[in-house]
Ligand binder design. Structure first.
Ligand SMILES: NC(=O)c1ccc[n+]([C@@H]2O[C@H](COP(=O)([O-])OP(=O)(O)OC[C@H]3O[C@@H](n4cnc5c(N)ncnc54)[C@H](OP(=O)(O)O)[C@@H]3O)[C@@H](O)[C@H]2O)c1
Length: 251
């Protein structure tokens, strides 16, 4: 059996990825605050296993307990692969830094950076000596590579994910049974996050018109297309271990 731990499964890229991975022989652990009834119906109809955790990834002190619950369900003796996709993310807070709510800054870093770091930490601890396929994909952003007016928390938390991915790669290179890890920027994707981005004023987010135009000109990728690439990468012989990569390398 292949086991998949996916965050941010209530909508967007995470929901589309979960739909693809729900098939016989797979066991999916979905994590988000909101539920996704559609995934339950798909799992039942395809004979896939699904356990949902309604969990706020801002509550970073509870992540150890969450991973213990998940790994209590995973039978490493019979598993082929164990996979973690750190997909959940938030664009908030948007606006120049002095206008950002301090609590929202903390939540942004917790969800975008600290939660993936801790999930990966416990994941590696639990599988380090296991010989099967074990992989982590961190969903990053092009915004990790360039400053954006009004996105200081988002850009810097995603830049943190990229460097974290590279550091863990360096550590795993010395291990007998390394965990493979990469980061993937999904492009501009037609999800609720993009709708939230288009709603902001230019005083908060200077590039807003550019993103309104992307939508008008039909330049957004469907989440299903991104999900197709991620699900292919997870099981691919060409897994881009140690690489910070972008969706357009694969479509
Ligand atoms: N869309 C784009 O154009 C784009 C571009 C570059 C990178 N990305 C990245 O792609 C990933 C997915 O984004 P998306 O576009 O699919 O966004 P989305 O439609 O807004 O979905 C975000 C997901 O993250 C979950 N999430 C947010 N805060 C959470 C929290 N505190 N605890 C648990 N789960 C939480 C949400 O679930 P709940 O609200 O139910 O908790 C939801 O399932 C993110 O990492 C994002 O940064 C997206």
């Amino acid at each position: 059996m292949n086991y998949f731990i996916i965050t941010g499964t209530s909508r967007g890229i995470g929901a589309a990825l979960s739909e693809r991975l729900l098939r016989e022989g797979n066991y999916l652990f979905s994590i988000s605050r909101g539920d996704n009834q559609n995934l339950k119906e798909i799992a039942a109809s395809r004979g896939a296993k699904l356990t949902h955790f309604s969990f706020d990834l801002g509550q970073i002190s509870a992540i150890k307990g969450l991973m213990e619950k998940i790994f209590a369900e995973i039978d490493l003796n019979s598993a082929e692969g164990v996979f973690l996709v750190n997909n959940a993310g938030t664009i908030e807070p948007v606006g120049p830094l002095p206008q950002n709510d301090p609590g929202s800054i903390q939540d942004g870093f917790n969800v975008n950076l600290l939660a993936p770091v801790l999930l990966t930490r416990f994941f590696i601890e639990m599988v380090q000596t296991w010989r099967g396929t074990k992989r982590v994909i961190n969903i990053t952003s092009g915004a990790a590579q360039r400053p954006v007016f009004g996105w200081s928390t988002y850009c810097s938390s995603k830049a943190g994910i990229d460097m974290f991915t590279r550091c863990v790669t360096t550590e795993q290179e010395g291990e007998e049974f390394p965990v493979q890890i990469c980061a993937l920027a999904p492009g501009v994707v037609d999800t609720q996050m993009q709708a939230q981005i288009r709603e902001r004023g230019e005083d908060e987010f200077r590039d807003v018109q550019k993103f309104i135009n992307y939508k008008k000109e039909n330049k957004l990728l469907p989440p299903e297309e991104v999900a197709r690439v991620i699900s292919w990468l997870l099981l691919s012989d060409d897994f881009p271990a140690g690489i910070i990569t972008r969706i357009d390398e694969f479509i």
